[in-house]
Design a binder for this molecule. Structure first.
Ligand code: TRP
Length: 367
């Protein structure tokens, strides 16, 4: 079995602090005896919502890492988490299409469905079943403190319970497969803390069962908006010129980069994220795509003016995304094949989930 070298995937390991929470005093009494977690072989789980075509930031900071990780770990699952996406209203026809778009995109980016178990979350109904059991171990204040609820519930009119309990479902996604390595964006660390707490609460209450999930954090903030380089590149930005979508044509990429916000501080290319965020963002994108240090890029491109450098960055982006784009189009032209891949993935995921749920039900007394 290959053991991961974390530096190899260039991800930061974040130790999760777990102090507070779980005020059930009956549970507390047992704490000293069962503080430890179950020992499980490394298994990776990550999820992505089917909310349209991913952008370059999603690719560089998440999907590409997963593609690297599938070579380094023996067991990996990637789920198109459709149940998470309905926490805010979705159009049924669009959602159905977006599930396939995301599956096609992940495969076009290099997720190998033979190696990695690629599946649609709702096809394995144990996710919601385990979420219920875990929800019974989680207090209201514990969820209410989570920043995503606090922020999102303000922007949605009459927010539903799903938006509130969503992190419990995320915990179930991970624990159902006893996954202990979870690559996520920085904004998700707090949800991983909840997953750790709930794994621990389950182990304390019913018996040792779940390993502690560890977050692997990618450099999400590295890829910034092309229009306002002080913010990260985002799907929800109303201005589509602010991001490069993986389905953008070569011409559109060129025009977005050409019109991207830079500065007139100097005619010479310099890397200075603080004072020259726009041009430095382009250098960061260039650097991530070519695995070259920003300083080396500046040196290589020192004779190019701004217009020429933007041309160069467009070419580099297109070299990566146009093959993805073409592969995605091919895959989406064969929906039957995509359905077959997802069905096979769900079967493989169900096999693992079934074993976990049998153990869970035995411990809880449901069987
Ligand atoms: N909540 C994650 C997001 O919005 C997606 C997600 C759902 C996830 N379940 C997961 C990520 C399990 C990692 C592990 O980005």
């Amino acid at each position: 079995m290959s053991v991961v070298t974390r530096s190899a995937c260039r991800l930061k390991h974040v130790p999760l602090c777990r102090k507070r929470y779980f005020h059930n005093s009956a549970v507390r009494l047992y704490e000293p005896k069962i503080e430890r977690f179950a020992q499980c072989p490394p298994r990776v789980f990550s999820g992505i919502q089917p909310t349209g075509v991913p952008h370059l930031g999603n690719y560089l900071c998440a999907i590409r890492k997963w593609v690297e990780m599938q070579e380094q770990y023996d067991s990996m699952l990637v789920s198109v988490v459709d149940l998470h996406s309905i926490t805010v209203p979705q159009d049924a026809t669009e959602l159905r299409e977006n599930i396939l778009v995301m599956a096609a995109c992940l495969m076009a980016c290099g997720i190998d469905h033979e190696k990695t178990i690629l599946f649609q979350q709702s096809s394995v109904s144990y996710h919601t079943e385990l979420a219920w059991i875990l929800g019974c171990l989680c207090t209201l204040p514990r969820l209410g403190r989570l920043p995503q609820w606090r922020e999102k519930s303000k922007t949605v009119k009459d927010p539903g319970i799903g938006l509130f309990t969503y992190p419990i479902l995320q915990t179930a996604d991970i624990l159902l497969y006893k996954a202990n390595v979870v690559p996520v964006g920085e904004d998700q660390i707090i949800h991983l803390e909840l997953a750790t707490d709930l794994a621990r609460a389950f182990n304390r209450t019913y018996g040792i069962m779940f390993p502690s999930p560890e977050a692997l954090i990618g450099d999400v903030s590295k890829v910034r908006s092309l229009k306002d380089p002080t913010c990260k590149m985002s799907k929800s930005d109303v201005n589509s010129m602010s991001r490069i979508d993986l389905t953008d044509s070569a011409d559109l990429v060129q025009s977005k980069i050409k019109k991207s916000t830079t500065d007139s501080v100097s005619r010479i290319l310099t890397y200075d994220p603080e004072n020259r965020p726009g041009i430095s963002n382009l250098i960061d994108i260039h650097s991530l795509l070519t695995d070259t240090k920003p300083e080396d890029i500046v040196h290589q491109c020192k004779d190019l003016n701004k217009v020429q450098y933007k041309e160069r960055v467009s070419e580099i982006i297109n070299e990566t995304i146009q093959p993805i784009n073409e592969k995605m189009t091919r895959l989406l032209n064969d929906k039957h094949y995509l359905h077959t891949v997802l069905k096979k993935g769900a079967e493989r995921a169900s096999e693992i989930a079934d074993r976990t749920m049998t153990e869970v039900k035995d411990l809880v007394g449901l069987r």
